[in-house]
Design a protein around this ligand. Structure first.
Ligand SMILES: [Zn+2]
Length: 288
């Protein structure tokens, strides 16, 4: 048996090309898929939304590269070298450690997402993502820069506590970025195929429920990659009550697309609008 410490850390040298390549491949595939087989008719102009969302993504990518000398994968290398974290307490086979690390990080991101819907200040950041009045691929990168920074710290803390191997972190990061493009896409996947994928993974139909304007639906289907956490934690909703074609996407109190420009989105968390109704604890809202 090969000790967990000998996981091929050299592969991490290719982190950026692997991540960029996987993201570009998934983006191009889903772009063609959306064009050939769209799920819903879009209700707002596509170009301004794509410009806003992709601009935020470019800003976030530049910010992370500029601000963070240490990124999750370097934290994982350090944790493995030093023997930090729960996984390193046990002498697991390398692939067991990688699977446990990847799945555990996906659960952490599920919990983080629930927290961003529950803690008022976090919701103010995360609601930028939910203000998109249509949902398609670039919605998957529409996150406020401060949410991205907070998420980086949460991920790095989780990696240290778990002792997640570097390869687990690489797989998790590729799945998180690529999966976000897939789950936010406006691609039509036939019901039987959707159900088969959904046994393990979040599908676009499953995640679309989370972008419903109906609050009790917004607070369901928090999962990013694995569909299990919502089923286990009781936050799963199979379909939107109004159907995928009939449902309204976004937030009830942000319906003017002219007020959702790139710069407006950056200052949106400072809005003075009353947003109390969306930041109640999940359980309370689900009963409403
Ligand atoms: Zn959300």
């Amino acid at each position: 048996m090969v000790p967990a410490e000998s996981v091929p850390i050299d592969a991490i040298a290719y982190e950026i090309p692997i991540r960029v390549g996987a993201f570009a491949a998934i983006f191009i595939c889903m772009f063609v898929f959306e064009l050939l087989s769209p799920r819903r008719k879009l209700t707002t102009s596509k170009m301004p939304r794509w410009f806003n969302n992709l601009s935020i993504h470019i800003l976030n990518t530049a910010m992370i590269r500029g601000l963070f000398p240490v990124i999750p994968i370097t934290v994982a290398i350090l944790a493995t070298e030093k023997g930090w974290g729960l996984i390193n307490l046990y002498h697991l086979a390398p692939w067991s450690a990688i699977i446990i690390g990847t799945v555990s990080l996906d659960f952490v991101i599920y919990l983080q997402h629930v927290a961003f819907h529950t803690v008022p200040l976090c919701w103010r950041l995360h609601m930028v993502h939910h203000t998109d009045m249509d949902i398609d691929m670039p919605t998957g990168v529409r996150f406020h820069p401060v949410e991205i920074i907070l998420s980086m710290f949460i991920k790095m803390a989780a990696i240290v506590i778990l002792g997640a191997p570097p390869l687990a972190v690489l797989i998790f990061e590729v799945a998180l970025n690529g999966g976000s493009i897939f789950t936010h896409s406006n691609a039509y996947i036939p019901g039987a195929v959707d159900r088969a994928i959904r046994v393990f993974f979040v599908t676009p139909d499953m995640h679309r429920v989370h972008h419903s304007v109906i609050i009790r639906e917004t607070n369901t289907n928090f999962g990013f990659n694995l569909s299990w956490w919502d089923r286990i934690m009781g936050t799963y909703q199979d379909q939107p009550s109004a159907g995928h074609e009939g449902m309204t996407i976004g937030l009830g109190y942000f319906r003017d697309e002219k007020k959702l420009s790139f710069l407006s989105l950056l200052v949106l968390p400072l809005t003075r609008k009353k947003i109390r109704n969306l930041i109640n604890p999940v359980r309370k809202e689900r009963n409403s």
